[in-house]
Design a protein around this ligand. Structure first.
Ligand SMILES: Nc1ncnc2c1ncn2[C@@H]1O[C@H](COP(=O)(O)OP(=O)(O)OP(=O)(O)O)[C@@H](O)[C@H]1O
Length: 719
């Protein structure tokens, strides 16, 4: 049992009711979507890592004086009718709320069922005698009481006719044999003027007017009150309170004669309470920060609507705003690499990601990889009609395998049209999640998964003599040769060092000025740095314009079918897999050979399609999801160590590409012919043979999920 400290009481009980500041879950959404997933994300979309996320902890109860985490919303507060009369404090189990542009704003605070059932009635009765006690003190103590528990007990569930948490979860979870996650109510903990952003709302549905919703001015007894709900698009707002629909019979009482009488009574009361429109009882589930993560919480709200839209289906409206341009209730095949992330992948998925996905009403099937490259086989065999998403709870190795498994299917065009491939960052290298979900935190990535738009990204098709006739390999992330490849792959023996092993390997090879002679032929899209900048800005602006247009189109549509599937208009066909530059053909005339004086002294050769290659390494700051090109970075091994130091030290910010010693171009294709016999290539972190390698971009081949339709902002525009 945990009691509030005086300081907490002061903040929660005194400062908030005084309206000094109101806590908000997050800043208003950025761009045109409400996918404002991390409180600390700013409009420029800076990368958020787990350290930053730590600041989001407790942001429901955040320091009210902190300007960074609070937001003043100037609305009249719903204060009790008389501050000195404690009888006027409403003892309700729900908060009153209204919809704003940014989210659902609490306009009047309720008290949790749990606390009231166990403590608050007696507590308040005692307090009622203290006529000289101020409302603010009382409120602080009430807040304290509500800390006692935020879960309904089974007895309270029975009493208040609430379903058990497990019944609430529609998401199936096959193959797991595990328990279903439950999530607690935060009734009574939400302070007035708190805004729950749409970006954090996972689900909403109508509920009964739960028994016991009364204030001490009410005449209806807890045991008598039972209005019902409807999830239909009923135009009659009264019906939404009084009609029970059979599809929710597992959750709600069938309303009998007695209840109808009470409902009529309750409706009179809600009419009395609402000046603008009829309040509706809606249960929302939302993602609330807890320590470094987010967890699902639920809350019952009585939501008023402006009288201008009295017939609005509030649940549908909330869901529409919460999933503005995202597909609702995804069907997900989760592939877990139990060995990923130092064997923590399964635990991370189960504890951090799954609760968010289930609370969002996604359906989940789970498959575990049992051997090396198993995910290739899983993706080759998967029933594409069953899923819209393959989520890899792993490092970057499993998405690589999934993409290649899909590529090897006879119906590959259909498979790439149907399925979005995404990552839940549970491995040691999570570049895909950092680049696409803007985070390497598994719970935030899960939120991003459910809120993101489907977008097409370019892939890179790799051909080498030993395998290309069977199947070339698709790479979504990068290919590297030289210092980085060796540091990545050939330091496996010092794996115990963690990520430092890679940095140590790079430093060691750079200090040695190790050379990796080769021939490189390139088809350029933008050779010089200035041209590259123009290319970048042009494509970035074009993509954001397209995203905004899609958003507008989606907003024009009505109903649950308005989810964004605009990417479907952009389907690929079998001819999109045809190589433009087969390996057997000679190097085309319009390709350029890179100066042999440089390539004979090559230090780093790195090509990539995503901005981050690791959580703290922004190797390709100009990478874009679908600009039809890949980024090329080359260094000369003869570069003095004094000049290499700022290059390597700039990797976290991406500023290394600005250094004059670094070649940075946008390219469409290349061929690299090694002139050494003892080295390797690394493709998406996998070891590839030391043979001539030819790579070309395959535009827009794969669907993935991108937060706000773009990669994490790298600030390349302002570099
Ligand atoms: N059951 C298994 N046994 C052996 N290897 C496996 C198994 N499951 C997956 N793998 C392999 O593990 C490799 C790494 O996977 P992944 O990227 O998900 O993990 P990671 O934690 O990032 O690991 P790494 O640091 O090794 O890349 C892949 O090549 C995959 O084929």
């Amino acid at each position: 049992m945990k009691f509030c400290s005086n300081e907490t009481k002061l903040k929660r009980g005194l400062l908030f009711p005084l309206g000094l500041s109101s806590p908000s879950l997050t800043e208003p959404s950025f761009d045109n979507s409400d996918t404002d997933l991390n409180q600390d994300s700013n409009r420029s979309g800076s990368f958020i890592d787990s350290r930053t996320l730590a600041k989001t902890d407790n942001d429901l109860h955040t320091d009210p004086l902190s300007s960074t985490t609070t937001k003043n919303i100037h609305v009249p507060m719903n204060l009790p009718r008389s501050l000195n009369n404690l009888k006027s404090i409403k003892i309700r189990d729900f908060n009153e709320a209204t919809l704003t542009d940014d989210g659902i704003m609490i306009t009047s605070q309720g008290i949790s069922l749990a606390s009231r059932a166990s403590n608050s009635e007696a507590f308040l009765e005692g307090q009622n005698n203290a006529s000289d006690t101020s409302f603010f003190e009382t409120e602080s103590l009430v807040s304290c009481v509500t800390c006692l528990s935020d879960n309904y007990s089974s007895e309270q569930r029975d009493r208040f006719n609430l379903s058990s948490p497990s019944k609430r979860l529609s998401g199936s979870s096959n193959n797991l044999g595990d328990h279903e996650a439950s999530y607690a109510s935060v009734a009574g903990q939400m302070l007035v003027n708190t805004v729950i952003p749409y970006g954090r709302i996972l689900h909403a549905e109508y509920v009964n007017n739960p028994k016991g919703y009364l204030d001490n001015t009410d005449t209806v007894k807890a045991s008598d009150t039972s209005s019902s709900h409807s999830s239909s698009n009923s135009k009659d707002s009264d019906n939404q309170v009084t009609t029970t629909t059979t599809d929710h019979k597992d959750r709600f009482l069938t309303v009998g004669r007695k209840n109808n009488e009470v409902n009529a009574n309750a409706n009179d009361k809600t009419k009395k309470r609402s000046k603008n429109g009829e309040p509706k009882f809606v249960e929302i589930t939302f993602a609330k920060p807890r320590r470094h993560d987010i967890v699902p919480k639920r809350l019952i709200l009585s939501i008023s609507f402006p009288s201008s839209s009295p017939n609005m289906d509030i649940v549908e409206e909330i869901l529409k705003r919460s999933y503005k341009n995202a597909r609702r209730q995804r069907s997900i095949l989760v592939i877990i690499n139990p060995f990923g992330g130092k064997r923590k992948a399964k635990k991370l998925f189960m504890s951090k990601c799954k609760p968010i996905l289930l609370a969002s009403k996604c359906s989940i099937d789970t498959a575990y990889t049992k051997y090396n490259k198993h995910a290739v086989d899983i993706a080759r065999e998967v029933d594409i009609d069953k899923y819209d998403t393959i989520a890899c709870a792993s490092g970057d190795g499993i998405p690589y395998e999934v993409i290649n498994g899909l590529f090897q299917r006879p119906d590959r065009a259909e498979a790439f049209n149907k399925l979005a491939v995404t990552q839940l960052p549970c491995g040691s290298g999570n570049a895909m999640s950092v680049s696409c979900h803007w985070t390497n935190n598994p719970s935030y990535a899960a939120l991003c998964l459910v809120k993101s738009v489907e977008a097409r990204i370019d892939l890179m098709c790799c051909s080498q003599p030993s395998y290309y006739k069977e199947f070339p390999r698709l790479s979504f992330l990068s290919q590297t040769y030289g210092v980085i490849a060796e540091s990545d792959i050939n330091t496996e023996f010092i794996r115990w060092m963690g990520p430092a092993r890679f940095e140590l390997g790079v430093a060691f090879n750079v200090l040695q000025r190790k050379k990796y002679p080769c021939e490189i032929y390139v088809k350029y899209a933008a050779k010089l740095k200035n041209d590259l900048k123009v290319h970048y800005l042009e494509h970035k602006n074009r993509a954001s314009l397209r995203f905004e247009n899609e958003l507008e189109r989606n907003q024009d549509h009505d109903g649950p079918e308005s989810d964004s599937h605009s990417v479907d208009a952009d389907k690929i066909t079998e001819k999109d897999f045809k190589l433009k530059y087969p390996l057997d053909d000679p190097v085309p005339a319009d390709w350029e050979r890179i100066d042999p004086n440089l390539t004979d002294n090559l230090g780093i050769f790195y090509t990539g399609k995503m901005p981050y290659i690791a959580a703290d390494t922004k190797f390709f700051p100009a990478a874009l999801p679908a600009d039809g090109s890949m980024d090329l970075v080359i260094t000369d091994a003869r570069t003095p160590v004094t000049r290499m130091a700022p290059i390597l030290l700039g990797l976290d910010k991406g500023s290394h590409v600005l250094q004059p010693e670094v070649i940075h171009s946008k390219i469409l294709a290349y061929r690299l012919v090694p002139k050494i016999t003892n080295s390797l290539f690394s493709v998406d972190g996998e070891k590839f043979p030391l043979e001539p390698l030819q790579v070309e971009v395959m535009p827009r081949l794969c669907k993935t999920l991108l937060r706000n339709g773009s990669y994490v902002d790298t600030d390349f525009d302002s570099m």
